[in-house]
Structure formats: structure tokens, C-alpha cells
Write a new protein. Structure first.
Length: 190
């Protein structure tokens, strides 16, 4: 992974990437936004509806693959350290290794994937496909993990961990992709 490639992606935001302090700020900001998104929740057992993944997708698209991944790792470390950053203000290793752990652990991978794909093309449709790929990753990992840890039934896992969220996440993908695309367009013009 090249720092030059990552710097080019972050420059889309007009961030002064040559300064480590600016990178630390944006990495931390997206970890905090993900924590806030986790608190915007519609209860559903065992996996709630939240806005976490909206910020996971944006972290990859706007920070680039490396910094997006680091931001999500920071989010997980904060939760593991006891900060109430997960849904319902939860924290700790038990939450990470509970029924929703697969989703949480996949966030750095999904942010990296979105950042990787977004670097390849600049069109809105590609941004949507990139976020769809990132969403598929956290859903696939989360559903497999949910099956292993909680349901022990593939059909139930698919229904409770993937299918039920399809419309909700389609709206988040379209919203995040549109925001990231137009944010980049505005910054290119300035």
C-alpha cells in the first residue's frame, strides 16, 4: 500500500495530508462519527438497526483505504477499552465477541475495501458499487459470525443478519455514496 496513493485520495477532501496532525484529526473524527452513528438505533434482536455503517462507508470513501481502516480500528479499540461506543452505549470484548461481533470486526475491512475501490474511478455509479462491495463484506462476515456464535442455523442467520437490513442499507449506501461523490466534486472545484 502506497502512502502516495492514500495521500491522493485524502487530498480529495482538501486535507493537508502532509501533516500527521490533520490525518490524526480525520481518523479520530470518523471513529467518533461511527460511535455517534451506533447510538442512532432502532432496537432489533440480535442485530439492531444503526447508522454505524453509514460512517464506515464514508470513512473508506473520504479518508482512503489506509486511513479509513485505521479509523475503524480506532473505533474498535475504543470500544474494547471500555468506551461506550457500540450500539446502546455498550463496550468491551464481550460485545465484540457477541452476536454482532462479526459486523464490528469487519468494519476495518469494509472501510479498506471501499477506499480501495473508490480510488479506481470517480463516477457516482462506481462510488455506489464500491460501497455495495463494502456492505457485502460486513454483511457476509457478520452473518457468518452470527451463525457460528448465535443461531447455528444458516437460514435464520441470513434472515436476521442480512435480509432484514437490505432496504435500510440500500438507503445508507445511496446516501453515503451521494454525499461522498458531491463532497469530492465541490472540493475539486475549490
Amino acid at each position: 500500500m502506497s502512502d502516495k496513493t492514500n495521500n491522493a485520495a485524502v487530498k480529495e477532501l482538501s486535507l493537508p495530508v502532509e501533516r500527521a496532525g490533520a490525518q490524526v484529526f480525520w481518523i479520530t473524527a470518523f471513529a467518533v462519527l461511527t460511535a455517534i452513528g451506533a447510538q442512532i438505533e432502532i432496537p432489533n434482536h440480535p442485530v439492531p438497526y444503526t447508522l454505524q455503517t453509514f460512517f464506515v462507508l464514508l470513512a473508506g470513501a473520504l479518508l482512503g483505504k489506509r486511513n479509513g481502516m485505521i479509523s475503524m480500528c480506532l473505533y474498535l479499540l475504543a470500544g474494547a477499552a471500555g468506551m461506550p461506543v457500540f450500539s446502546s452505549g455498550a463496550s468491551g470484548f464481550l460485545k465484540i465477541f457477541g452476536p454482532t461481533g462479526g459486523y464490528l470486526l469487519s468494519f476495518p475491512i469494509a472501510a479498506y475495501a471501499v477506499g480501495f475501490f473508490v480510488e479506481l474511478r470517480r463516477e457516482l455509479w462506481w462510488m455506489i458499487l464500491s460501497m455495495l462491495a463494502g456492505s457485502f463484506l460486513y454483511f457476509a462476515i457478520g452473518t457468518i459470525y452470527l451463525n457460528i456464535i448465535y443461531t447455528h442455523d444458516w437460514i435464520s442467520s441470513f434472515q436476521m443478519g442480512f435480509l432484514i437490513f437490505s432496504l435500510w442499507d440500500a438507503m445508507k449506501i445511496i446516501g453515503a455514496a451521494t454525499f461522498a461523490y458531491y463532497f469530492r466534486q465541490i472540493n475539486r472545484q475549490n
